[in-house]
Design a protein. Structure first.
Length: 320
């Protein structure tokens, strides 16, 4: 394909995803950052395969998203999944990084913002992830806010997540989501999840109890029209799989203190804090993270299937 051809910037679909979208079958988008940067090798590949298996077992088609050699891929084959999991040169790409990555022929794993954008552009309407980015602590001093929030404010996709990472300012993030017009519903809970914890202690205004109820919200949202914004389905990690709350609070306090003592700032804050949490909890934070991801992926698949059933909305499609 010529370098100046506009087609080279269009998403490349796996055969499985292309067939599903053409037939109106349920598809669930999955991010690839957790594979390339969130888990140790070789466990990352086994988890990636497990998550895709959870989608298939619910009757939907997984669409893991990544950029390979300057092409955005929606759905990866086995060889491509192995490459993302095993190639240490694979970069981490947010939404703002997509254009230079495609233009330069780079390869990268997609974060929440990049995955949501590419999935919606490809017509995939349901996306499962672990936790969203949000407003960082001490925002008044550093104005640090994840790109996830603004992207979700202009991308009509349903995102199933376990809230936002507990290292963030959860109340400020919820306020920001309200300001941006991003809908939030708690799944079987009246409190916003705390990522590693079942509850952050912050209330949610709306609660749903089944995939079918989520589909009704999607249907009403689409019927109302208006600017495209995401719907966040906040799905808590089961209490028996959450990180021990006392251990979480101790480890987080120590991690925040270490972050200040070492003057870590900007994009280095999140990976620093998450690494300290994992070390301080003996890996328990990682296991809670994976439990949350598994639950979110399974629920997202059930929502996509419910939407595609007779009487549903049809397989949800993302809108930009």
């Amino acid at each position: 394909m010529p370098l100046n051809s506009p087609e080279r910037y269009e998403p490349v679909f796996s055969a499985e995803v292309r067939a599903a979208l053409s037939a109106g079958l349920p598809v669930v988008a999955l991010e690839s950052t957790i594979i390339a940067h969130g888990l140790p090798r070789p466990r990352n590949l086994s988890v990636a395969l497990e998550l895709e298996g959870l989608v298939r077992s619910a009757g939907a088609v997984p669409a893991t998203v990544a950029v390979l050699d300057g092409r955005a891929h929606v759905g990866l084959d086995a060889q491509q999944l192995e490459r993302v999991a095993g190639d240490a040169s694979v970069r981490k790409l947010g939404h703002r990084d997509l254009a230079p990555a495609l233009a330069s022929g780079a390869s990268g794993a997609t974060t929440v913002s990049a995955t949501a954008f590419l999935a919606a552009r490809a017509g995939v309407g349901v996306f499962a992830t672990g936790g969203l980015g949000g407003v960082h602590r001490e925002w008044a001093a550093n104005q640090d806010e994840s790109a996830d929030l603004r992207l979700l404010a202009r991308t009509g996709i349903t995102v199933v997540c376990a809230g936002v990472k507990s290292i963030l300012d959860v109340p400020a993030t919820l306020q920001r989501l309200e300001t941006l017009g991003v809908g939030v519903v708690g799944y079987g809970t009246e409190h916003f999840p705390g990522f590693y914890l079942s509850s952050s202690g912050e209330p949610v205004d709306w609660t749903v109890h089944s995939p079918e109820e989520v589909v009704e919200v999607i249907r009403a949202k689409e019927a109302l029209g208006g600017p495209p914004t995401a719907l966040i389905v906040a799905n808590p990690v089961p209490e028996h799989e959450q990180l021990d709350p006392l251990l979480h609070d101790r480890a987080l306090t120590e991690a925040l203190e270490a972050c200040r003592d070492r003057s870590v700032s900007g994009q280095g804050v999140t990976p620093f804090l998450l690494d300290r949490l994992m070390r301080r909890t003996g890996g328990a934070s990682l296991e809670a993270n994976l439990a949350a991801v598994r639950g979110n992926v399974a629920l997202a698949a059930r929502i996509a299937v419910a939407a595609a059933e007779p009487g549903g909305t049809g397989a949800p499609t993302g809108t930009r």
